[in-house]
Design a binder for this molecule. Structure first.
Ligand code: ADP
Ligand code: ZN
Length: 529
């Protein structure tokens, strides 16, 4: 027998000895073996599924240095530190470094003294970086957060478009692209744009069975949140997402005033404060992070027990990714979203006034519509969520609000007609446009100051809607907006008819609506720990 100079390490060996885990999860083994053997791979796995090992283990088994492309510059240091504590030789190159530091990493790369090198996508476009990579031995390319290549996705990074050059310049180096968010449409787009059409595709189930999905009608969001935290999540760590910086600050203050330890996080805070809050959230127990969506990408905290949204996410992809930060440890967790009429008005307005061409705005509207459909569904939320990601045919899950507390659907055609004809009459007879509040006051026959001022009590529709309460009318308006049967425009969110409104007024269209459960019954479940 000839003596082997170096015993090649097996993937299982590395898993056990370096990472300290007993067994592979899901398809990790197949993916890792495929990449070690030199194959290209496109991996779709939900957040927390264990994507990192899929390239970190091949990095240690294959000869040379694995080059990891990641947009998460702020997290590179953490990722590299975490690997170093395991004895893995890792380094990174990005714009936050000084020249000496950079030179050191470059030398280590060329000398083959690294197992993994993290680089930002913009760095790869620089000829000097490309020449540097030519001087070393590359084990593989890992393209993390690969959905950033999709122009129609929610997280587009132009620098990702250049990554198809990896294959042209280094045709023999295997590539693995990974993402936690991809509908079948973006999936195809990723494969095409990264020149990975010949790659083997690995798609893990997107189901996160331990997460209980709940979407409730928003009336007093902060109170509702406090109620949720006090009754179901006392002492638990969690994330609360708000749309604006101001509401992040206010909500964090509100929680603290009510005895719940909370920290704010948004892009307007000083970088040091942000970093400090993030690291406290990761290290301490039972903190609530109140944040804009600037927070969370790449954050690995296993015991986040709840993710609450006080405002409507812009897309199902975003919602899924954000809620996916709950319960990475597999224990029961809650994804809770409060959503109301104002969310629809505000988001439609943001799309209307957004920069970008018509196609861009239409794309934003499509994303929003899918999110609204999820909010208004009377079917299993999980089923709808999975169907959005191409996993159809799942049975009702028994662990979401619509399964646990089925909402009624009711024929809202008549109220819809009453509301639409109010909008129509204001416009036709008076040449006026008003927001939801005024239209509802008219339907309820309220003689407010504004009603008297505009003589709206003289309209034939005045007081014809007393069969519903105000909150129910708001639900009707919200759902008509969600279904595209009504629209809002302008700075004040005035109601206007759409092309489809006519079919309702002409009685050609039955309008099915969702009746909110009186008070969202608390979901029963066994609490662990
Ligand atoms: P993703 O990048 O898909 O969101 P990570 O790679 O960060 O997920 O992994 C999520 C968590 O699961 C991490 O804490 C990781 O250490 C852990 N993990 C991954 N694979 C395994 C495994 N085979 N056994 C045990 N824990 C694992
Ligand atoms: Zn369900």
């Amino acid at each position: 027998m000839t003596s082997a100079p170096e015993i090649p390490r097996s993937a299982t060996d590395v898993l056990n000895r370096v990472f300290g885990y007993a067994a592979f999860r899901g398809e990790q083994r197949e993916i890792i073996e495929h990449v070690i053997a030199g194959g290209d791979a496109l991996v779709l796995m939900p957040t927390g599924g264990g994507k990192s090992l899929c390239y970190q283990i091949p990095a240690l088994v294959r000869d040379g240095v694995a080059v990891v492309i990641s947009p998460l510059i702020a997290l590179m240091q953490d990722q590299v530190d975490a690997l170093r504590t395991l004895g893995v030789r890792a380094g990174f190159l990005n714009s936050t470094q000084d020249l000496t530091e950079r030179r050191r990493v470059e030398q280590a790369f060329v000398a083959g003294e690294l197992d993994l090198l993290y680089v930002a996508p913009e760095g790869l476009g620089v000829p000097a970086t490309q020449r540097l990579l030519d001087r070393g031995r590359i084990a593989l390319f890992a393209i993390d957060e690969a959905h950033c290549v999709s122009q129609w996705g929610h997280d587009f990074r132009p620098d990702y478009l250049n990554l198809s050059m990896l294959h042209e310049r280094w045709p023999d180096v295997p590539r693995i692209a990974l993402t936690a968010t991809a509908t079948s449409a973006t999936h195809g787009e990723i494969a095409e744009r990264l020149d990975l059409t010949g790659a083997r595709h690995f798609t893990a189930s997107f189901d996160r069975p331990n997460i209980q999905y709940r979407i409730v009608a928003k009336n007093e969001p902060r109170r509702q949140l406090l109620d949720l935290l006090r009754t179901e999540h006392p002492g638990d760590a969690g994330i609360v997402y708000c749309l604006s910086r101001a509401s992040v600050e206010k909500t964090a203050e509100f929680l603290v005033q009510n005895g719940i330890p909370a920290l704010p996080y948004h892009a307007g805070l000083d970088a040091r404060v942000r970093a400090a809050n993030q690291s406290r959230f990761l290290r301490e127990d039972g903190l609530v992070m109140v944040a804009t969506i600037a927070f969370g990408m790449g954050i690995d905290k296993p015991d986040v027990r709840f993710v609450a949204h006080l405002d409507l996410p812009k897309s199902v992809e975003g919602y899924y990714q954000e809620t996916g930060r709950a319960g990475r440890d597999g224990l029961p967790s809650t994804a809770w979203l409060a959503y109301g009429l104002q969310d629809v008005v505000q988001q439609r307005k943001m799309i209307e006034t957004s920069e970008g061409d018509f196609a861009h705005r239409r794309n934003l509207a499509k994303h929003l519509d899918a999110m609204l459909a999820l909010c208004e569904t009377v079917q299993c939320r999980r089923g709808q969520l999975l169907a959005y990601f191409g996993q159809t045919g799942a049975a009702a899950c028994g662990n979401c609000d619509t399964c646990l507390n089925p909402p009624e659907s009711w024929d809202g055609t008549v109220p819809a007609q009453k509301l639409l004809s109010t909008v129509l009459r204001l416009q036709r007879e008076r040449g006026q446009k008003f927001g939801a509040g005024q239209s509802i006051d008219i339907l309820l026959g309220k003689t407010t100051e504004k009603v008297t001022q505009f003589r709206h009590h003289e309209l034939s529709v005045f007081g014809i809607g007393t069969e519903l309460r105000e909150a129910e009318w708001r639900g009707v308006v919200r759902q008509l907006l969600a279904q595209g049967l009504l629209a809002v425009e302008g700075d004040y969110g005035t109601l206007v008819l759409t092309d489809e409104s006519g079919s309702v007024l002409r009685k050609e269209h039955q309008v099915m609506l969702r009746r909110e459960p009186e008070r969202a019954a608390r979901a029963p479940r066994a609490r662990t720990g």
